[in-house]
Design a protein around this ligand. Structure first.
Ligand code: ATP
Length: 259
């Protein structure tokens, strides 16, 4: 991690017609940080990621990503430098596109839609498929994969962009325990080896210590606090954030969050 600030948000207000989703938030993220974002449904977490991905519409405030202010001219460039992985989606099993082709979609931001992928582009795609452990399924239709496998492909697609910033929006939601653990370990390994800056939205509070350098707490369109995982994994902090009593127990030297 170094001192270069790659995400700089000042007093950002974002609304979708009459709903105000972000009500004046400020956040700075340094290159190489792994930041967790938690908070109840509707807190504005996804909207915050969208803003960093160059897609949000600011009503007020300032956003700079990788040193560039968010503007219509810069938004497309910003999106090529930001990889985004969402929750596992329901994919129609008849969708006529295989793993390799899905990962190539990640290259199109750089290529432009009209240029054909070169050998070098396909080589990057193969490398990313290998990195996420999916080489043996590279020819399989995307709709014929398990949720965990689909998330590996989504990660490979984001990496094929060769991003600087990696945004993950509940990437382990709806996966079984083993797939959750494997995806989290993969994300951590990729964060380190590819020297990314990662923002990770999750409802799984127990993954925070293993994953994050810093955790940001969001509620009602505002940032309500932040700290190291051990600072925020406290009954009073989480009970107030989620408006419900939350218990934490010690087990094997670890804090475990119970709801
Ligand atoms: P969750 O944990 O449920 O995914 P979140 O913290 O990611 O929630 P957002 O999805 O950012 O929250 O939503 C913040 C607010 O903005 C909510 O009140 C939501 O209803 C509203 N909102 C989000 N997307 C849209 C949209 N496309 N159109 C209208 N309102 C929206």
């Amino acid at each position: 991690m170094n001192d270069e600030v790659v995400v700089e948000i000042e007093d950002a207000v974002v609304s979708y017609r009459e709903d105000v989703a972000l009500r004046g938030i400020s956040l700075r993220v340094r290159r190489g940080e792994f930041v967790g974002i938690i908070g109840p449904n509707g807190a504005g977490k996804t909207t915050l990621l969208t803003l960093i991905n160059g897609l949000g519409k600011l009503l007020q405030g300032r956003v700079r990503v990788l040193g560039y202010p968010l503007s219509r001219d810069n938004a497309r460039w910003i999106r090529t430098r930001v990889g985004y992985v969402a929750q596992v989606q329901n994919i129609d099993p008849r969708m006529p596109i295989n793993v390799r082709e899905v990962v190539m979609i990640g290259r199109y931001g750089r290529l432009g839609l009209l240029r054909r992928p070169s050998k070098a582009d396909w080589a990057i795609v193969e490398r990313m498929i290998e990195l996420v452990g999916m080489s043996h399924l590279a020819d399989r239709p995307i709709g014929h994969l398990s949720g965990g496998e689909q998330q590996r492909v989504a990660i490979a697609r984001a990496l094929a962009q060769e991003p600087d910033i990696f945004l993950l929006d509940e990437p382990t939601a709806n996966l079984d325990w083993r797939a959750q653990r494997e995806i989290l370990e993969l994300v951590k390994r990729i964060h380190t080896t590819r020297e990314l800056t990662t923002l990770f939205v999750t409802h799984d509070l127990n993954t925070l210590p293993r994953a994050c350098d810093r955790v940001v707490l969001m509620k009602d369109g505002l940032i309500r606090g932040e700290g190291r995982p051990e600072e925020v994994l406290r009954e009073d902090v989480l009970s107030e954030l989620y408006d419900t009593p939350i218990r934490i127990i010690e087990h094997d030297g670890r804090r475990v969050v119970l709801s």
